[in-house]
Design a protein around this ligand. Structure first.
Ligand code: EPZ
Length: 407
């Protein structure tokens, strides 16, 4: 088990490049399984979840050759097997095997898919999508003799179910449609990859139309990671410094940047550079996390420590209604909060160092942010959880002036 030790209380200054987006890279890696060719994926982040996804597709016969952040994924000769249950239970993105394995092999096991366990994470909409394309459930598998085009209308916006529907639609001969889809930037990134592999896809606010069929290898540069970018900007703000992030899309981060301004911070945007710094102004805010383009649920645990060191505020997560478990961990740092009517009320608090265990990816990062702010030595155990989503974490933080190490 890895532990991050941080001697906090030092303002962070400087610039970091945004890594490739975790949540864009993962669906693209699994989508290569429906292509018959060699895909080139650039700006692939070197993080735990991506390494696990690549291991899973290797088990199915994909040949992955990496040169730095560029991977060539050869999926010309795959053969069916049950990927390791242990790997599948590590990452949520293994749910994308439902669409990709059903398309490529005509079967996929309904496994115990993993990922952060901050809430119930149902897969009913993923299964509905598989059934709509001609899958049927037999025992603990979904199988099909032949997929057919489908018209899908989701009851709510789900990133994962939208991704599975797009993978199935792109792999199926004919025209399919998807309504009620998620609009996150990573959904658009997958569409760009599928287009590069030969699928014809039109997208509007209401409808995605896909003409699928035989796909060749695709070619894509992964977009900048908006959650990582928001995490580093917050690290600058919470330590009273100023961090710039290069290479994240300003539009993807617009709800985060609007919130930083509402809090009283100064935000600078120029070209592909975003930076932010705190000012004397400090306002209490209310945040509602909802599907894109609203404030991202994955940034709400990240922003909570910042609210605490400023004037406090409240957070209502409408995507994952129970996603406040991380606050118990943050209470060890002196962060005072309570849950009321499904909202987290964060009180203005003075943070002190603590030794905690990272329970999940973003909750772990929130603890690290507390450690960076609190004067003295903090330790975050089970740091693998954070490394699932953050590339070169310690190196990047040190380059900003943090006194941090990992062992
Ligand atoms: C993705 O999870 C992300 N994971 C999550 O990021 C992120 O929190 C989430 O989207 C929301 O933005 C990956 O991309 C790998 P959803 P996903 O399906 O796809 C309900 C991180 O920290 N729902 O969009 O699993 C569900 O209960 C991770 O990087 C159903 O009801 O999320 C939730 O309320 C954590 N039935 C809502 O939809 C279903 O079949 C949105 O979930 C599926 C989902």
């Amino acid at each position: 088990m890895k532990t991050i030790t941080v001697n906090g209380g030092r303002p962070l200054f400087g610039s970091v490049f945004a890594q490739g987006s975790k949540n864009a890279a993962l669906p693209i890696i699994f989508a290569t399984l429906i292509t018959r060719g060699v895909s080139e994926v650039r700006h692939l982040p070197d993080i735990g979840d991506v390494r696990c996804a690549l291991d899973i597709i290797r088990e199915l016969g994909a040949r992955v050759t990496s040169y730095g952040s560029v991977a060539y994924i050869d999926t010309r000769s795959l053969s069916f097997c049950e990927p390791s249950a242990e790997k599948i239970s590590k990452i949520r993105a293994s749910t994308y095997l439902l669409g990709s394995m059903l398309s490529r092999f005509g079967r996929c096991r309904l496994s115990a898919f993993g990922g952060c366990a901050f809430s119930d994470r149902p897969i009913d909409m993923h299964i509905d999508a598989c059934l709509a394309f001609g899958g049927r459930i037999v025992g603990n598998e979904i199988i099909t003799d032949r997929l057919h085009p489908a018209d899908i209308s989701f009851k709510k916006a789900s990133v994962g179910a939208t991704i599975n529907a797009l993978i199935l639609a792109a792999a199926t001969d004919g025209v399919s449609t998807v309504r009620g889809h998620a609009r996150e930037p990573h959904v658009h990134a997958l569409i760009d990859f599928l287009r590069s592999a030969g699928a014809e896809i039109k997208i509007s606010d209401e409808l995605i139309t896909v003409r699928g069929g035989e796909l060749k290898g695709g070619n894509i540069a992964i977009i900048g990671d908006m959650i990582e970018a928001g995490s580093y900007l917050t690290a600058g703000l919470i330590t009273g410094g100023r961090v710039s992030v290069i290479g994240a899309d300003r539009e993807d981060l617009s709800s985060y940047l609007a919130l930083a301004r509402e809090l009283g911070c100064e935000v600078f945007e120029r070209g592909s550079i975003i930076s932010a710094r705190a000012t004397e102004l400090c306002r209490r805010v209310s945040i509602v996390a909802e599907p894109y383009p609203a404030f991202a649920t994955d940034l709400q645990p990240i922003i909570a420590p910042l609210l605490a060191v400023m004037s406090g505020g409240e957070i209502c997560d409408r995507v994952w209604t129970g996603r406040y478990g991380y606050l118990k961990t943050l209470s060890s740092f002196g962060l005072s909060s309570r849950i009321e009517d499904g909202r987290a009320i964060i009180e203005s608090s003075e943070l002190q160092p603590a030794c905690v265990v990272a329970e999940d990816l973003r909750g772990g990062m929130a603890a690290l942010l507390c450690g960076l702010c609190a004067k003295g030595e903090s330790r975050i155990e089970n740091a693998e959880q954070i490394l699932r989503g953050y590339e070169n974490l310690v190196y990047k933080l040190r380059s900003l002036g943090a006194d941090v190490s990992i062992d």
